[in-house]
Design a protein around this ligand. Structure first.
Ligand SMILES: *Cc1c(COP(=O)(O)O)cnc(C)c1O
Length: 393
């Protein structure tokens, strides 16, 4: 059996897979099983933050694997403590970390923090968490319910109670009641269609929530780790959230999730945990990713890369206003609104045929999440392929 037959026979059909298998890569370059080359404007889905086969990251992983891949959280884990320090220091917030294995699990941690925070002796428990329509917070039973997309709430009920959906940021305040304990939002909605919130509105909301002692929880699973140009989108928006969640880019491809909070004493031993979370291998990867990206940011290369990418995207957009209606996004979480859903699907397929990988977000957005370390040559080659793709439509 070839790989496609094997996959169809033995793997549950949860993904509508494209007809391609990538076997290797280097930074923003990919090679498929037939030896065809591509430029990667997707980076997994914002996961491969430091590029494919990054030498420093793969060396750090190999070195750690030769010493110890895993020991239990019953004991001290040096790379975990160091990774936590690097994340907290980069954030600029006075926080502590908990390590899990995915974005959904990081958000589960955030929800548990909120639910425990709402538990006050002698008072009615506060438990409601407000999220936004078109949000995406994960695929576990709880995070799928936290996700403000009714189409994802089929089949799997009964769900945990207490999630309230605001149609937009303006509606949040009016939904607050005596049981509200937290608001959980993405600052740039990723899966929902590359939808940045307005900075002034987020700052105003943060102020209201602080006054009401309601936690502001920012899901930075997609926006975090320099994707918007700052370490956190929260830094860019100049807010001080109570909880921040990370995953995707923070391990550079090693599966990790992190929940960070300023409520540093919220959990006691036994309140939360994970067998794999924060293990030696995964947190050694976080440490190296953080070192690489801190240096890349500090040297000014990150900003240069983001400006180059944005210029190239702008040029591509302006040359194709027959297909695209708007350019959206921040830094290297960017998108183009496509005039209709069929055209969007066709662009993605044609782009792949021409040798560039791009993503969809929501119903009508062509999404770009390149490796943060993408080079000028890779950007130019990628847009050349995209131009060929739209010319062939
Ligand atoms: C991808 C994503 C998640 C889910 O992360 P998983 O690692 O797939 O569980 C949650 N929130 C946001 C904003 C995401 O983009």
């Amino acid at each position: 059996m070839n790989i496609q037959e094997l996959d169809k026979k033995f793997v549950l059909g949860t993904y509508a897979r494209a007809d391609v298998e990538f076997v290797s890569g280097k930074n923003a370059r990919l090679v498929d099983a037939n030896g065809k080359h591509y430029i990667d404007f997707a980076a997994g889905i914002a996961v491969v933050s430091v590029g494919h086969a990054n030498e420093r990251l793969s060396n750090a992983i190999c070195e750690q694997a030769k010493k110890m891949i895993h020991m239990s959280n019953l004991y001290y884990i040096a790379p975990q403590a160091k990774a936590a320090q690097k994340l907290v220091e980069a954030s600029g917030y006075d926080m502590k970390c908990f390590f899990g294995n995915s974005g959904a699990e990081a958000n589960e941690g955030a929800i548990k923090i909120a639910r425990k925070y709402g538990e006050k002796d002698g008072e009615a428990k506060r438990y409601k968490i407000i999220t936004l329509d078109h949000s995406f917070h994960g695929r576990t039973i709880t995070t799928v319910k936290a996700t403000g997309q009714a189409s994802m709430h089929n089949y799997f009920g009964p769900f945990p109670d207490g999630f309230v959906y605001a149609k937009d940021i303006d509606e949040i305040e009016s939904l607050i009641d005596a049981h509200t304990v937290a608001v959980m939002i993405e600052l740039v909605q990723g899966e929902g269609g590359v939808q940045p919130l307005e900075k002034e509105k987020v700052q105003a909301l943060a102020k209201i929530l602080k006054e009401k002692d309601i936690l502001l929880m920012i899901d930075e699973v997609q926006t975090g780790v320099y994707r918007t140009g700052k370490f956190l989108a929260s830094n860019l928006y100049e807010i001080e959230p109570d909880v921040v969640t990370l995953a995707k880019g923070v391990g550079g491809g090693v599966p990790v999730g992190v929940v960070m909070t300023g409520k540093k004493d919220i959990f006691n031993a036994g309140d939360h945990g994970s067998t794999f979370g924060g293990n030696n291998l995964c947190t050694a990867a976080i440490c190296e990713v953080m070192d690489i990206l801190n240096e890349y940011d500090g040297s000014g290369e990150l900003e240069i890369g983001m400006i180059m990418f944005d210029k190239a995207l702008e040029k591509f957009y302006n040359a194709n206003t027959n297909l695209f209606t708007q350019k959206v996004g921040v830094g290297m979480i960017a998108g183009l609104r496509v005039k209709d859903a069929d055209t969007l699907v066709n662009i993605i397929i044609k782009a792949r045929q021409e040798g560039v990988i791009v993503l969809r977000a929501g119903k009508n957005t062509l999404r770009f999440l390149p490796p943060l370390t993408i080079t000028k040559e890779e950007i130019d080659e990628g847009f050349k392929a995209l131009n060929r793709a739209v010319a062939a439509l």
